[in-house]
Design a binder for this molecule. Structure first.
Ligand code: X2X
Length: 329
């Protein structure tokens, strides 16, 4: 397949011409090169390369290298057209697109079926429209996962156990949630978190088991884990609207399909790693506390105030759209 890209020359006569050439595109993501984010990105690159008969190659930059380690900057740079693709999670986009926090509202989701009903349904489409207003063309949803809490001080069984713990968090909503739980949260880049945990700068963190805790070896520097499922975080692949509009219809279809296949694969391997994850973490020496229904009710109650604050920020109509879809799934 030949890639046709429309190039506008800024000459007096504003001529429009179409050329064919091989091109390298840059993809940024903000986890390490062993994660399912990386594997999904690798699969996407492989499929696009094959689908374009080698005309398009994608170079992958892990650890938010292209934004100097600033994981929240990636989406903005893609929106402006200075990076071609991003694989990142919803929480990282909230400074640019606050509505993206809707996915991660505390205890919005109870299980994967509910998650899939929203990403595959009207809520996912609505979020794609909102991202488009910021110059981001959504290609496909993948999975970071349910974010579970770890720390080095003691098992977390009740909200009281979070009191005074120094917690690293990824984004502004989690600051409010951790404050509501009585913890001492601080926002920190993911790439700086391992050494901060190792050196005791922070006591704990929260991340999904299959996508992050296992491949990034968080168990080497954390003793206790509580799978409390307090917040879900999707990932996605997006390109800039500029790139998207510059591709002919065949190229657009090929790229959209590659992204869909890559994220389906990424979601599958993430869920597999998560399913066997707690056993693996125990074998690595972590102590697991599985919360009871009563514990979960207490965590839900304790995070109700930040839920309401952030529901108002993202917009109640959007929250209703998500809740209605979840209720009928
Ligand atoms: O920074 C995190 O915690 C991570 C890797 O999960 C995200 O990118 C949100």
């Amino acid at each position: 397949m030949t890639i046709l890209r429309t190039v506008v020359f800024a000459v007096a006569t504003a001529a429009l011409t179409t050329t064919a050439y091989a091109e390298t595109l840059r993809l940024s993501h903000n986890t390490g090169d062993q994660t399912s984010w990386q594997k999904g990105a690798d699969k996407f690159a492989e499929l696009v390369n094959a689908g374009s008969d080698g005309d398009l190659s994608i170079r992958i930059f892990p650890n938010a290298q292209l934004t100097g380690g600033d994981q929240m900057k990636q989406a903005e740079m893609v929106g402006r057209g200075s990076i071609d693709f991003v694989v990142t999670s919803a929480i990282n986009v909230t400074p640019l697109v606050p509505e993206m926090a809707v996915f991660s509202l505390p205890y919005l989701y109870a299980n994967y079926d509910q998650v899939d009903a929203t990403t595959d349904g009207a809520p996912g489409e609505k979020m794609a429209e909102i991202l488009a207003e910021h110059g981001l063309h959504l290609l496909a949803w993948g999975e970071n996962g349910f974010r579970e809490v770890t720390n080095n001080k003691h098992p977390i069984k009740t909200p009281d156990d979070l009191k005074g713990l120094k917690m690293r968090v990824a984004g502004p909503m989690y600051i409010d949630v951790m404050n509501a739980l009585g913890a001492n949260p601080q926002q920190m880049q993911w790439t700086e978190t391992f050494s901060a945990l190792q050196q005791g700068v922070v006591d704990g963190q929260e991340n999904p088991i299959g996508a992050v805790i296992i491949p990034q070896r968080v168990y080497e520097v954390q003793k206790y884990i509580t799978p409390w499922h307090y917040s879900y975080d999707p990932i996605f692949i997006a390109t800039s609207s500029q790139n998207w509009d510059s591709w002919d219809a065949d190229t657009q279809a090929m790229i959209a399909d590659a992204a869909q296949q890559a994220m389906t694969y990424q979601k599958d391997i993430t869920r597999e790693a998560t399913a066997s994850g707690l056993e693996m973490l125990k074998a690595e020496g972590m102590e697991v506390y599985t919360p009871t229904d009563a514990d979960l009710a207490a965590f839900r109650e304790a995070t109700k105030a930040p839920f309401d604050t952030w529901a108002a920020k993202v917009g109640l109509d959007l929250v209703t759209l998500f809740r209605d879809t979840i209720a009928s799934s």
